[in-house]
Design a protein around this ligand. Structure first.
Ligand SMILES: O=C(O)c1ccc(O)c(O)c1
Ligand SMILES: [Mg+2]
Length: 630
């Protein structure tokens, strides 16, 4: 279906908004009055600019406080309306939105509202425009979609229809049964459809609407269900996003528009209106890539964690470090510098450039995963590789993290000649042979890591402050991961919010976070959590190898002792090593943290009995401890 976006949803000047909407692939826009008033362009200029950008102007809005008022007041309203209809005509738009009155002058009189809206529609017709009447959830007398529709139906005017707005309808928390009436509205009388989601919050509905709306799929409203009803009614007009959101108002328009359009594509797929390449859910974390300008500190830290440098890239300064099933690439190539500088710039503070730049996701179908990502507007990354290198499918996540879709050869071999599929031959015959990324690496002499063994448990990636919701939607829609509830934590210097996404068996878990301030180094960290069966042994081995664990205050352990029962000496061990403890309905979690390099630190975790979480309870203690170390 045609897609549209209200200019109020994007930041910047009107022309910046229009350019961003066009670049992101929208077909049309709703022009918001304030954007027009603030623009130096004439309505004719705006019309021409939109035409150049390939955008239709689907709606001009809003007109307020028009209907069900005493005659003298209505006469004044008609005078105002005449000016707006003239403007709409000059814009080349054909529909004007009228929202239900909030005026104390408005009377609770449907017949009067219908008669005056009909009179307004007569006037609109003279200018070749139509009126879409929308119930604001806080309208004085008209605040439900069916009430607005009854008035439109009673007016029975060809230039008067209704505008449905998912926020106003769903925010009232109505019974799903109340939505069934939507399908009974004749489709051609639904003149416009505005779509917005919102996080579930208990607050005044006007404040909620004006500050917290978000793109469909980012909040907790059933926008998909509502869309199905509207389609069942026969509506075939544009799907238009109308998002009032304080964060988007400040964020760059280009990326916001792209995320906005992605949300509409995913919504159409969910409502059965469009088919996209199916999601290919990743089945594991093949590798994590760190970029740094100096490999020494990272090598020392990895060495203390028991990783061995097992291979080196054939043509680039990239080392492969392995410990059990965990693989970390350390890249000191020219790509590292701009990344490191980019992060430093984003935060406004110069810092050690070590950062987590890429994730290799194990994929049963890397090409399919890349097609899915591309169809949802994820930037596909140039391969920037030597001709002899294995082809890699990669896309960029909203925060710039590169996601590689890979199929590591079954042997985990690090030599091209070993990269054979040693599975059942019948099985191998049906599957295309994919050269493994490991074929690009040459083994180097090393001593095998001893003792405990690791695999990647989860990755925790702090998002730029304005991209938290987008990141969650991206990881769910593009990668097919499931989202958990977002958790708010009191960081000693503000609020830290976290939301995890994972695959079904938990072999891929990513915790997306957002910190209180964009310039706060501690809250901009990224961490790699390594799972072990014995975190105490792993912590001791790390220390014995010269590693430094994050010290945790004694008060934390005194509190733990009061909350849980531990076996003799257990708590003392945790206290000594800085191991934190959590428990849920399924099992237990023990975890500790290494020192931080640039933006990156490691966490050692032991999950027992099917514990589902990430130790979020303990995050404030961890954040405070990291602030202290700084
Ligand atoms: O918040 C408002 O006033 C407002 C205006 C126009 C709309 O379409 C809407 O949904 C809300
Ligand atoms: Mg609206």
């Amino acid at each position: 279906m045609r897609t549209s976006i209200a200019t109020v949803s994007l930041s910047g000047s009107l022309t910046e908004k229009l350019t961003a909407a066009s670049r992101a692939g929208f077909h049309g826009v709703e022009i918001f009055e304030n954007d027009l008033l603030a623009s130096p362009l004439t309505p004719e200029d705006i019309r021409a600019r939109c035409a150049d950008l390939g955008l239709s102007i689907d709606l001009y809005q809003p007109m307020r406080d028009i209907e069900a008022v005493p005659p003298q007041e209505f006469a004044r309203n008609l005078r105002r309306a005449r000016h707006k209809f003239e403007l709409t005509r000059r814009l080349g738009a054909d529909t004007v939105l009228v929202c239900s009155s909030v005026s104390p002058l408005a009377e609770d009189d449907d017949a009067l509202a219908a008669a005056q809206l009909s009179r307004l529609a007569d006037l609109a017709q003279d200018f070749g425009v139509k009126i879409a009447y929308e119930a604001l959830a806080w309208g004085r007398h008209v605040n439900t979609y069916d009430h607005a529709w009854r008035i439109v139906e009673a007016a029975d005017h060809p230039a008067l229809g209704t505008c449905l707005d998912s926020f106003h309808i769903l925010a009232r928390g109505s019974d799903p049964k109340d939505l069934e009436g939507i399908a009974d509205i004749p489709g051609e009388k639904i003149f416009f459809l505005q779509l917005a989601d919102a996080p579930l919050m208990a607050m005044d509905v006007l404040q909620w609407s004006r500050h917290y709306r978000c793109f469909p799929g980012q909040g907790g409203l059933d926008v998909t269900g509502l869309l199905r009803h509207v389609i069942a009614a026969g509506y075939r007009g544009p799907l238009s996003l109308e998002i009032f959101n304080d964060v988007f108002r400040q964020a760059e328009a280009g990326p916001t528009a792209l995320d906005a359009h992605r949300s509409l594509l995913a919504l159409q797929e969910a409502a059965g209106l469009a088919a996209l390449p199916a999601p290919v859910v990743p089945t594991g974390t093949a590798f994590v890539e760190l970029v740094t300008t100096d490999a020494e500190p990272a090598s020392t830290l990895l060495g203390a964690l028991g990783f061995a440098r097992t291979a080196r890239h054939r043509s680039k300064p990239v080392d492969l470090w392995q410990q059990g099933e965990a693989r970390v690439l350390v890249n000191t190539g020219p790509a590292a510098l701009p990344r490191a500088l980019g992060f430093a710039r984003a935060g406004g503070t110069p810092m050690d450039g070590t950062c987590l730049a890429a994730i290799g996701l194990e994929s049963p179908d890397p090409a399919g995963a890349a097609r899915r990502a591309e169809s949802l507007l994820a930037p596909v990354l140039p391969r920037r590789r030597a001709p002899e290198d294995a082809p890699l499918e990669a896309v960029a996540a909203p925060d710039g993290t590169e996601l590689f879709f890979v199929a590591t050869d079954a042997t985990g071999a690090t030599d091209a000649t070993d990269a054979t599929d040693n599975a059942d031959p019948a099985d191998a015959a049906d599957r295309p042979r994919l050269p493994s990324w490991t074929a690009d690496f040459r083994p180097v002499e090393h001593t095998e890591a001893a003792g405990h063994s690791y695999r990647v448990d989860h990755l925790a990636l702090t998002q730029p402050w304005h991209q938290f919701d987008e990141a969650a939607l991206f990881h769910r829609s593009v990668l097919g991961l499931d989202g958990r509830e977002s958790v708010d934590l009191a960081d000693p210097y503000g609020l830290f919010r976290s939301r995890a996404v994972s695959n079904t068996d938990g072999s891929v878990r990513i915790a997306l976070g957002v910190g209180p301030a964009p310039t706060d180094d501690v809250s901009r960290t990224q961490h790699i959590a390594l799972a072990t069966d014995d975190v105490v042994a792993a912590a001791r081995a790390f220390r014995a190898a010269g590693g430094r664990l994050l010290p945790i205050p004694a008060n934390y352990y005194d509190d733990l002792a009061a909350r849980y029962e531990f076996t003799d000496g257990e708590l003392e061990t945790y206290r000594e090593l800085g191991i934190l403890y959590d428990r849920d309905a399924h099992g237990e979690f023990r975890h500790c943290y290494t020192e931080t390099l640039g933006r990156v630190f490691f966490e050692l975790v032991q999950r027992d009995g099917g514990y589902q979480g990430y130790g979020a309870q303990n995050a404030p203690v961890r954040l405070a401890a990291q602030h202290t170390v700084r």
